[in-house]
Design a protein around this ligand. Structure first.
Ligand code: UD1
Length: 350
């Protein structure tokens, strides 16, 4: 049996498709939810929509400082791992959240093999908590699945001598699996057929400094078209205090299917999320990333994704630059979860 640890919104999406791969390959999986995301709009709704009904335990760790949140997860996860130590063959973690680093640390101390999905990504910005988490998880892992060849090369440069495999990106599996379902089942309540941008900004580096957040809101206000902004709960209060420009509409967080429908309907994406940079690429919509670097460097090719510093350039000028190269497939072929299940069988479970 393997334990997959999830906790934050994007991890439910990844787990939905990877679990299908495990189930098809006859691999027994228990899902443990740390409770990092707990609002229904951030967690329950995703689990229901994606059909994840095999959560074995929810640790309800909730929010807190990085140390407190991670420490609570460590304690809860260690208890579960100790209780079932004899049966656990591996612990699988996704991406770069505090839930992932806590699970990897707990498993490493109990000498349980660790599997990392989305390995080898780097922003080279250690002030991002996610970058610290990525480095730690990669260096503790025994089997590392990368989304592209760049990840494989980065791990080689860092001397990670464990089993590293480029399987493609599991988010593409999810995108391809659920986009047709979303198109059938979700009626987008977005501004008609006119162009509009989907906006998601939630990173502490953009939102903790009021002045920077105000600059971002002002830049959105200067755009020639409407913006629809599903607001992360950490920002809720702050957005209510900001005077919003007439073209910016804040809405509650979208479900995954609603986001897919929004991606299909919008004309561009403005974000600081990791996953959305890839999703807008797959939806063939130009993306502006409000950060000084990205770990998804392939999306920058041909200007499909552009980095934007809110303090230095008007957003409309960035958006006026259209992609200069034809769209080509990135991050695999949508079968990453099958390769992950195969890789687990071959290298860990045989
Ligand atoms: C986390 C991940 C980030 C990922 C994001 C996906 C880390 C370090 N960061 O960031 O990489 O992009 O998830 O969404 O793990 N909150 C609620 N309700 C919730 C969850 C959070 O109100 O259900 C609020 C709380 O005020 C909390 C804050 O959001 O303190 C931040 O939540 P947290 O889980 O710590 O980090 P995210 O910003 O969601």
């Amino acid at each position: 049996m393997i334990i997959s640890v999830v906790g934050a919104r994007p991890q439910f999406i990844k787990a939905a498709v990877v679990s299908r791969g495990f189930s098809a390959a006859g691999i027994e999986e228990w899902i443990v939810h740390t409770g990092q995301h707990y609002d229904d709009a951030m967690s329950g709704r995703f689990l229901r929509e994606l059909g994840i009904n095999n959560v074995f335990a929810n640790l309800a760790c909730g929010s807190g400082s990085h140390a407190k949140q991670t420490a609570q997860m460590l304690i809860g996860l260690e208890e579960i791992m100790l209780e079932h130590a004899r049966r656990i063959k591996a612990v699988l973690v996704y991406g770069d959240t505090n839930s992932s680093v806590a699970a990897a640390l707990a498993a490493a101390k109990l000498t349980i093999p660790i599997v990392h999905v989305e390995a080898g990504l780097r922003s080279f910005n250690r002030s991002m908590p996610e970058e610290v988490n990525r480095v730690v998880v990669d260096h503790l892992s025994d089997l590392l699945f990368c989304s592209s060849g760049q990840g494989v090369e980065q791990l080689a440069r860092e001397g990670v001598a464990k089993r590293v495999i480029d399987v493609g990106d599991v988010m593409l599996d999810a995108f391809e699996t659920f986009m047709p379902v979303a198109q059938q089942s979700v009626r987008p309540h977005f501004p008609g057929s006119s162009p509009f941008a989907i906006v998601t900004i939630h990173r502490p580096s953009n939102t903790d400094d009021r002045e920077r957040l105000a600059r971002i809101v002002k830049a959105l206000g200067e755009l020639r078209f409407p913006c629809v902004w599903p607001v992360h709960p950490r920002l809720d209060e702050r957005m209510k205090q900001n005077d919003l420009p007439a073209n910016v509409r804040c809405v509650a967080p979208l479900s995954y299917f609603e986001m897919l429908a929004a991606l299909e309907a919008c004309s561009c994406v403005i974000t600081d999320s990791g996953g959305l940079q890839k999703e807008s690429y797959w939806a063939k919509k130009p993306c502006v990333t409000a950060r000084s670097e990205t770990e998804w460097v392939e999306t920058l090719e041909g200007g499909w994704n552009q980095l934007w510093d809110p303090l230095s350039e008007p957003l409309q000028s960035v958006l006026d630059r259209q992609p200069t190269t034809a769209w080509r497939p990135l991050y695999g072929d949508g079968k990453a979860s099958v390769r992950i299940a195969d890789g687990m069988r071959e290298h860990l479970l045989s």
